[in-house]
Each structure stands twice: as structure tokens, then as C-alpha cells.
Design a protein. Structure first.
Length: 165
């Protein structure tokens, strides 16, 4: 009996951990596939990527972020300017009701500037996302090597995930 219970608990925990999704309580927001780029010792900056799903009935606006591994945490985007790709800080990011937004290499992402510790694969970083309405949510991002960054499978809609709401 104890062995069956232990197996059940182990399988349940493994399933939950492998899903890598963070639901923001009753806020109606969900983060999936949160990852941060591992960097060599002494690197000054890194980036974090994830998919943010807005299950709310209204749009949300991300206005700031902070992290436990950087002095400054900002939202950035890559834009084509005069025929060249350029990365720029953005003051806020809006996500419409019922939509999702992919934070990914070459697009929107969270910049971790002035790293206060080395980012090693297998560890996690914590990022707090602050919304214009005063709410906030914590993202736990797995630190992975750059070639292991998952590219999102969504395209503006969030009907491709398997969580019940």
C-alpha cells in the first residue's frame, strides 16, 4: 500500500514539474515554458523567454519587472530600423484578453542587466512581472544553454495548451 502511494505521489509531482507552467492564482494569467539563457562566468547580461497567456476578460499591460539575479530587469523587443535589426527597451507590453504573447529570441523578451550571479544550467531565476492594474506575478525560469531555448508553439492564440480552466 505504501509503495503504491509513493508511486502515485512521485508520478503526480513529476507530471506537475514537467508541465513547467505557472498559473497566477485567480488572476487569469498563465506562464508556460519559462527559460533564462545560461551565461559564462563574468557575463553582464542575459535574457528570459516564456509564453504569457491572458485568460482574463480584459487586456493586461506589463509595466515593469524585477529579478533576483540582476540589478536591472527590462522588457525589450527586436525591431527593424533602417534595414537593420536593433534591440530596444519597451516601456510596457499589452496582451489582449484571450490572447497570448511569446517572449522569444528575436522578439519580445525580458533583459536581465547587471547580473549579480552566474546563470548556470539546471538552476532557476525568479522574475516578478508587474501589471498596470497593481497585480504582479512571479515567473520561475529554468536556466538552460542557449541551444536549448524552446521556441514557442503558439501564434497569438492560447488554444494549444492542455490546462483546464
Amino acid at each position: 500500500m505504501f509503495k503504491q502511494l509513493l508511486t502515485f505521489v512521485t508520478l503526480t509531482i513529476s507530471t506537475l514539474l514537467s508541465f513547467n507552467a505557472t498559473a497566477a492564482g485567480n488572476m487569469g494569467l498563465m506562464i508556460m515554458d519559462a527559460q533564462a539563457r545560461a551565461m559564462p562566468p563574468g557575463a553582464k547580461n542575459s535574457a528570459a523567454y516564456f509564453t504569457l497567456m491572458n485568460h482574463k476578460q480584459e487586456a493586461i499591460s506589463l509595466i515593469s519587472a524585477k529579478s533576483d539575479v540582476s540589478k536591472v530587469t527590462e522588457f525589450h523587443n527586436h525591431l527593424m530600423i533602417d534595414g537593420a535589426m536593433s534591440m530596444r527597451k519597451v516601456p510596457s507590453i499589452d496582451v489582449a484578453a484571450g490572447e497570448s504573447l511569446d517572449f522569444q529570441p528575436g522578439g519580445f523578451h525580458v533583459m536581465l542587466i547587471g547580473l549579480t550571479k552566474n546563470l548556470k544550467p539546471g538552476e532557476q531565476v525568479s522574475i516578478q512581472l508587474n501589471l498596470a492594474n497593481g497585480e504582479s506575478m512571479i515567473v520561475k525560469a529554468d536556466i538552460v544553454m542557449p541551444d536549448e531555448i524552446k521556441m514557442p508553439s503558439t501564434s497569438g492564440k492560447h488554444d494549444k495548451h492542455s490546462m483546464n480552466h
